[in-house]
Design a protein around this ligand. Structure first.
Ligand code: ADP
Ligand code: ZN
Ligand code: ZN
Length: 748
């Protein structure tokens, strides 16, 4: 990328621009262009702002300004126009700012690829081991007492087993830059600049994209969507198809139609690394796919952007942010697994890719297709009211049949095995035995990592808590540490209870690590692998395990929700859900919906090939309607009951929620700020304000968390409420952070 001195066009003429900066200030700033220089909306510029140099985006150009001319600063430079934003994306950023209460600059920041933000940087800083591994291992131990963050950083680099990008390291360890810098200074780590290897970027898993003759349901879906594409008319469709019904095949065919009309498309998937097979199918069917991966280096990302801008690539596949890919002549946006929470960004701007996809579709006359086996209540509601077109695929395509589902009531298990905490019911054990003898593969799902989620004193009932968060720490046996899953802090296992000095601590509950141990003991012959955030710490581990599983080098795969999505392995004939109940009692109005979705998705991994599949769902709550409906594979009955619950509790889709969260050193400040923030809402019609109340996780890293929930029972009241508190973040103080979350996906 080049940074050019602006070239004069018509000597003498002077124009003014409005510039949006990536700051939480909800206004734009006026700058002058150098005499004779012209710019257009979407151009990126560098400007001086209160002693800093910032990058910004031009939103408007004018010949005059109301400000006194001598007060208006001249921009410092006009950046390479090749990566300037098309007008449609500028318009999208405006709508995002309006919808989610952020500044246009913040919204634009989400739409720009990082290459446009960090100019000219071709390589990324990585960290690698400088000391010998045994020295480093020893240092991890030694640092633990007094320099925990350093210890954590060093161990993570060791586990990664290769140069790890600094950004990646920070994310994994939740640390700042100072721990790794100290380790570099002390000669344990080395900082290196490298470009990431490219072959890792397109996950293919040897996926052959066989082209099938469509069944009638599939054909009808393709035809209906294509008709709108043909007319370049925006419309949103919900493609509701049971797992294995051939939704991906439908997307691929619609894409063929889109490309035949010289249009382009964007396909959003929940997470590239978790859906390698789906991504592989797109990449192998079309030669001109740009995969926008979060692991792309800046230069690689810039290259993909160029390909899209120049029309050399016509299909962009990626996670949430690929929605802003600068494709030309957009005809279609697909959101696969539209119910996934990863489509909602959990930092500013807190947008939902589904809503923004529809906005982009409206702006550019593109068709939006939302696909899921378990659509959200919001989406199915809109489809039933005719706002979205409803396309249904009621049965599995090809060889697969819906699996048989067995609900195993754990209340009938012997007390001994329950007390030990490890519950593989007799039924599940017997089936595993049988399937493994037949050389089939088994998936075991448990959505909780670590060895046991609680370390409890049996004498007084106290659990070991994180020192700075209000959560209990998870015991990780192999690592020999208690870990806080909120702030990543670690502790040694205490030898006695802090409260009553009793000397036996008790491991309560089961995580994937303990489950793995039990399965290995019980089936010594079987090859068992585990897939969770802990075992996937090494680079490339995810793909290696999936490939080994595909080649049948693994008999039993144990995993968290990482294994629930999109995987298609024909020899999996048994899926065991070790506990259907882990998510049921989470204090969130979506607990039942999430449980149903997860159970349905996991169950969908069984019986995808020629052989019949069985799913065993273990539960203490067999009568819970989410469990019951999942067991019967009955989406409609779940929706019906859930809607009653939502109506009674005034939850979405009967209301829209705004959440205001205040996090600070002093509880009183947090409450005070919240009260002030929500005061204007008191008298509004159709608006209900709850709180302030402590958040479910009342404290993280010594910051107290309080929140208020605003329920808006009509679109008008929602707009009015947004108008009143859309800038609530301005109330933040030095010790208290305030965030507004529109349609929050988490209430924790
Ligand atoms: P979904 O995305 O709905 O879970 P997939 O698109 O992965 O379903 O399809 C499931 C399986 O069925 C895949 O192996 C796919 O190749 C196959 N399949 C899809 N459509 C057809 C069809 N019309 N005829 C035969 N097999 C099909
Ligand atoms: Zn005790
Ligand atoms: Zn913590």
């Amino acid at each position: 990328m080049t940074e050019s001195t602006p070239e004069p066009t018509a000597p003498g003429a002077r124009r003014y621009v409005q510039v949006a900066l990536n700051l939480p200030l909800r206004r734009e700033f006026t700058y002058a262009l150098p005499p004779g220089v012209d710019a257009s909306p979407g151009n990126r510029v560098r400007v001086h702002f209160h002693g800093r140099k910032l990058g910004g985006v031009v939103t408007e150009v004018a010949d005059t300004t109301d400000l006194p001319a001598q007060k208006v600063k001249v921009i410092e430079s006009l950046l390479d126009s090749e990566l300037s934003l098309p007008p449609s994306l500028l318009a999208l950023a405006r709508r995002m700012a309006q919808s989610y209460g952020c500044s246009i600059g913040e919204a634009l920041d989400a739409t720009l690829p990082s290459i446009a933000k960090r100019r000219g940087q071709r390589k990324l800083p990585h960290l690698e081991l400088m000391a010998a591994p045994d020295v480093a291992h020893k240092a991890v131990e030694e640092l633990e007492e007094r320099h925990q963050a350093q210890s954590r950083v060093l161990r993570t680099v060791l586990e990664f087993n290769g140069p790890i990008p600094v950004a990646d390291l920070r994310r994994r360890t939740k640390t700042s830059d100072s721990p790794w810098k100290t380790l570099v200074k002390n000669g344990l780590l080395k900082r290196v600049m490298i470009a990431e290897e490219l072959e890792e970027l397109v996950p293919s898993l040897d996926e052959a994209a066989e082209r099938h003759v469509l069944n009638d349901h599939q054909q009808q879906a393709v035809d209906e969507v294509t008709a709108y594409v043909e007319r370049a008319e925006h419309h949103t469709f919900l493609l509701h198809g049971v797992t294995g019904s051939g939704k991906t095949e439908v997307y691929l065919r619609i894409l063929e139609e889109v490309r035949a009309r010289k249009k382009s498309a964007i396909v959003l998937v929940p997470e590239i690394s978790l859906t390698p097979q789906t991504v592989g199918r797109f990449a192998s069917r079309f030669p001109d796919v740009a995969v926008l991966h979060s692991g792309l280096t800046d230069s690689e990302r810039a290259r993909q952007w160029q390909r899209l801008l120049q029309g050399k690539a016509t299909v962009a596949v990626g996670a949430r942010s690929a929605l802003f890919a600068p494709v030309r002549n957009l005809g279609l946006i697909v959101i696969d697994e539209e119910h996934e929470t990863s489509f909602k960004q959990d930092s500013t701007p807190r947008y939902h890719a589904r809503q923004m996809a529809i906005e982009r579709g409206k702006i550019e006359g593109a068709v939006v297709v939302l696909g899921s086996a378990t659509p959200t209540l919001e989406s199915i509601g809109k489809a039933r009211r005719g706002i979205y077109g409803l396309l249904t695929l009621p049965e599995r395509a090809g060889a697969g049949r819906q699996p048989q589902i067995v609900v195993e009531d754990l209340r009938g298990e012997p007390k001994d095995s329950l007390r030990q905490g490890v519950v593989l019911s007799r039924t599940l054990l017997a089936m595993m035995d049988e399937r493994l003898k037949a050389r089939d593969q088994v998936l075991l799902f448990l959505n909780r990592r670590g060895y046991s989620p609680v370390l409890l004193c049996p004498a007084c009932g106290e659990a070991v808590q994180c020192e700075t968060c209000s959560v209990s720490m998870t015991w990780h046996h192999r690592r020999g540490r208690l870990v806080c899953h909120w702030c990543c802090a670690e502790q040694r296992r205490p030898t006695q209870c802090k409260t009553c000095q009793s000397e036996s601590m008790f491991e309560l509950g089961v995580g994937t690590e303990r489950l793995e141990e039990v399965v290995k003991e019980r089936f010594p012959e079987a090859v068992v692998a585990r897939m969770d955030a802990d075992t996937m710490a090494e680079r490339g581990a995810h793909e290696r395990v999936l490939r080994a599983f595909r080649k049948k080098h693994i008999d039993v795969l144990i995993g968290t929700q990482m294994i629930a999505k999109g995987l298609d392995f024909p020899d999996v004939t048994l899926v065991g859900v070790v506990s259907a109940d882990t998510g049921l009692f989470v204090p969130d109005y979506r607990a039942a919906e999430r449980t149903f979705q997860l159970l349905h998705q996991v169950a969908g991994r069984a019986g995808r090939g020629e052989k019949a599949g069985t799913v065993v769902i273990q539960t203490f709550c067999p009568d819970n309607y989410a469990v019951e409906a999942a067991a019967k594979n009955d989406y409609d009955s779940f929706v019906k009951q859930e809607l009653v619950f939502r109506k009674v509790t005034g939850s979405p889709p009967f209301a829209r929620l705004l959440r205001v969260l205040a996090e600070g050193r002093h509880e009183r400040d947090a409450q005070q700020i919240l009260r002030e923030a929500c005061k204007p809402l008191d008298t509004m019609k159709d608006v209900e304000v709850l709180g302030p109340a402590p958040a479910v996780i009342a404290k993280v890293k010594d910051n107290w968390r309080w929140h208020m929930l605003v329920k808006c029972y009509s679109q008008d009241s929602f707009d009015e409420a947004m108008g009143a508190i859309g800038t609530v973040e301005d109330l933040a103080t030095r010790t208290c952070r305030v965030t507004l979350d529109v349609d929050p996906s988490s209430l924790m």
